[in-house]
Design a protein around this ligand. Structure first.
Ligand code: ADP
Ligand code: ZN
Ligand code: ZN
Length: 745
């Protein structure tokens, strides 16, 4: 007898283990590891689906009592062994159940019928055709007459065309075929959204690019697989390095996964890959249909493509011969999943690369502190591109102190400097991008006169405004009331502040009546293709000014843009989480990188209420090293990642008291598990989450810190063991997040 260990399709901790089933004789061939099966489950033998993890010859308990697998599910996509291994690793490192992890690594679950290209071919000899035609005329078979006359002209007719254009029914076609006049031929066609032209016009790589390529390739050719951080300013030619490496890997008969954050997955970016690799490239993105997604999957598995481009889920492309994983803009928050398991694609890619013997290249103009720290420690090999690839020089960056503008009577959204420069570009017919750094300001209180945000004295994180004028720290729970006057300068210009892209547009039109303006934000890009349309219109210079949020700074190359204005650079600094400065630096550096991409020199104006803040100063100076060392000092002092590892435990309940109590209980359990040699601050909280109430649920967070990731995994197991009981007893929901990217805002 053979036995199968099955993970059932229920995402509950209680059943988060394998169950053994006997494999009946008739299923011996199909019930293999990775197969999706139907099994009887529980006392009532409810039919339930699951995946086979492993097969063995030894029963785990009394064979007489072992239940049998009912069936292997037809049409289900099966799991490959290495994805089972990967799923297990993800579950251990990021939480959640094995079932949830399996679902994550198998982005395509079900076969979707392939599109068939069908062709009707005339088979009858002339004589026979004539005879048949006569018969059809006599009997007034008008549809057959129509089909026959078309076939006489065109002996190979597309089936869909016959049906749709010539209005010939399927049954007519069938009759004609049955009578031996024609036949229908079927071929499977895969839906490849990446149909493109191949025109290789590779630039000659410059010295820095060549060095980067040769370093990776030297290792690769010597059989050494490594992890590399390609640190290059925007426009330094990182993409050309990726293209070259992918080409070499393909030449070796291997395949590559190219991760690009969804927001940068624009046609402009992807086209370069089509042009280089043509039909051998495939793209995954959220707008693909299930059928298109399935086709990509099959094509990858069959080896009919060599490169998969896509957001983080592209990591789970079932390539047999994976040689290279590339991750552009590795610092992007979108690489962290918001579902369970809350995996980060960077760490997952690192593990997958090891598992499959692939090399890993992370690319960024502003590396995450995580990646740069690893590069410094030698875990990643650092490759640097210092110069822009084309002649373009880096733009001139000016910081404007908005406090001074206010004190000198300018209350408008635009500083005098930005306004003057806009005037000048409009007159010269050049293009302008206005960037509004909008993320994360909600709820932060700051002073427009002196720029001070009100911060927690313990955590150095902006306090967040709550109902009733309360200001709260979301890491330690410190609470104070909102002052009427700025504690730093006494000004009354203190409060919540923020502005939207629409307001910027109105202000632009007030200042520059008649200017052609485009706005790119969540509203204007909601419709399918909305994003591309705006990019295209701006590229064609249908507008001189493009206003937008984060979206406009990613992945676009507009040669005519010579001025980038950043309206309120510090908004993201007030976000109530420890990554506020990092995000600000990154956004500013990227926004600045948009100016003067071509021959025309560029200017960047950064408007801020905190001109002395290090993230703004270092971004303006393009000095990543300086930013890194200051930011690391801050993280070290207050024990935030990557200096330590952090596990956030989020407890949500409809009743606020219950959420607090459940979280409190969990925190106590964890505190009991803390070893005496571990710091007091190992477990903090519970505290109300940044967004203390979301979707009618009250949210509390507990933070667990440890330099050792394994230790956090232990704490996770301890809390995990209580999760289901607590959830059931107290009607709450508990979630785990390893190294959260932000606070729970
Ligand atoms: P990044 O990915 O670092 O932003 P890209 O690879 O997009 O940089 O390069 C920026 C621009 O410079 C692109 O238009 C690209 O075609 C061009 N470019 C890159 N490398 C070279 C090179 N060696 N010679 C000429 N042009 C290059
Ligand atoms: Zn002030
Ligand atoms: Zn605090």
């Amino acid at each position: 007898m053979r036995y199968a260990d099955v993970i059932v399709d229920i995402s509950l901790e209680k059943v988060d283990k394998t169950y053994q089933y006997a494999i009946p004789e008739r299923l011996l061939d199909t019930a293999v590891a990775g197969a999706k099966v139907e099994v009887p489950f529980g006392g009532g033998n409810r039919k339930i689906e699951g995946y086979i993890m492993d097969i063995s010859d030894t029963p785990a308990f009394d064979p007489a009592k072992t239940k049998e697998i009912l069936s292997v599910i037809q049409g289900a996509v099966s799991l490959e062994r290495r994805f089972i291994t990967l799923a297990y690793w993800m579950k251990e490192h990021f939480g959640g159940t094995m079932n949830e992890a399996l679902k994550t690594v198998l982005p395509v679950k079900q076969e979707v019928r392939n599109l068939k290209k069908r062709t009707i071919t005339l088979t009858a000899e002339e004589e026979k055709l004539k005879e048949y035609y006569g018969m059809a005329v006599k009997r007034k078979y008008t549809a057959r007459i129509r089909l026959l006359s078309i076939l006489k002209e065109k002996p190979e007719l597309d089936y869909t065309e016959a049906v749709q254009k010539f209005q010939i029914s399927a049954s007519t076609i069938e009759s004609v075929c049955r009578d031996g006049i024609a036949s229908v031929r079927e071929e499977t066609v895969y839906r490849n959204p990446a149909k493109g032209i191949v025109s290789v016009k590779k630039p000659l790589l410059n010295e820095e690019q060549t060095k980067a390529v040769e370093t990776v390739w030297g290792d690769y050719a010597a059989g050494k697989r490594g992890a590399y951080l390609l640190f290059g300013v925007t426009g330094s030619g990182k993409t050309e390095v990726y293209l070259e490496l992918i080409e070499r890997v393909i030449r070796e008969g291997k395949q590559a996964i190219m991760l690009i954050p969804e927001i940068s997955l624009t046609f402009q970016t992807v086209r370069r890959f089509y042009e280089r690799f043509g039909e051998r490239v495939s793209v995954l993105h959220s707008r693909l249909s299930a059928g298109e997604r399935y086709d990509q999957y099959v094509r990858a598995r069959e080896g009919s493509i060599d490169v998969m481009i896509g957001p983080r889920s592209a990591l789970f492309t079932p390539f047999e011969r994976l040689g290279l994983i590339l991750m552009d803009e590795e610092q992007e928050g979108a690489y962290k999943s918001e579902g369970t398991p809350r995996y980060h694609a960077r760490e997952t890619a690192e593990y997958l690369a090891e598992l499959t013997g692939a090399s890993l290249i992370l690319g960024s103009a502003t590396p995450s502190l995580e990646a740069y720290t690893k590069a410094k420690s030698g875990r990643y090999q650092l490759l640097t591109l210092r110069k822009r690839a084309k002649e373009a020089v880096m733009p001139q960056v000016d910081i404007v102190d908005m406090r001074q503008e206010l004190s000198e009577g300018n209350r408008s959204m635009f500083s005098r400097k930005l306004k003057n420069q806009m005037q000048e570009r409009l007159a010269k017919g050049e293009q302008i991008m206005l960037f509004l750094n909008r993320r994360g300001y909600a709820g932060a209180v700051s002073c427009r006169a002196c720029g001070e945000g009100i911060k927690c004295p313990h955590c150095d994180i902006s306090l967040t405004f709550h109902k009733g004028g309360k200001l709260l720290c979301h890491y330690c729970g410190y609470e104070t009331t909102q002052p009427k006057l700025c504690p730093a300068c006494g000004s009354r210009y203190i409060g919540l502040f923020g502005t939207g892209t629409q307001k910027v547009e109105e202000a632009v039109l007030r200042e520059f009546p008649g200017a052609a303006v485009l706005r790119m934000d969540a509203d204007t890009t909601k419709k399918k293709g909305g994003h591309e349309k705006i990019v295209e219109a701006f590229t064609k210079e249908e507008a001189q000014i493009l206003i937008g949020t984060q979206m406009i700074v990613k992945g676009h190359d507009f040669p005519k843009v010579t001025l980038v204005g950043i309206i309120a650079a510090d908004l993201s600094l007030y976000a109530g989480d420890y990554r506020a400065s990092e995000r600000t630096f990154c956004l500013l550096a990227q926004a600045a990188g948009r100016a003067g991409r071509d021959k025309l020199p560029g200017n960047v104006v950064i408007q801020t209420y905190q001109p002395e803040h290090y993230s703004i100063r270092t971004a303006a100076a393009g000095d990543y090293e300086a930013f890194y060392s200051q930011e690391m000092a801050y993280r070290r002092l207050l024990r935030y990642p990557p200096v330590t590892n952090m596990l956030a435990i989020l407890v949500q309940a409809a009743d606020e008291a219950v959420a607090g109590q459940a979280a409190g209980r969990l925190a106590n359990t964890l505190r009991e598990a803390k070893r005496p040699d571990e710091e007091i601050g190992t477990i903090t909280g519970p505290v109300p989450a940044g967004l203390a109430k979301a979707k009618d649920l009250y949210r509390y967070v507990i933070y667990v810190r440890s330099p050792a990731y394994e230790r956090l995994m232990e704490f996770h197991r301890i809390a995990g063991a209580e999760k289901q009981l607590t959830e059931a007893a107290m009607k709450c929901n508990i979630q785990f997040d390893f190294n959260p990217l932000g606070g729970y805002e």
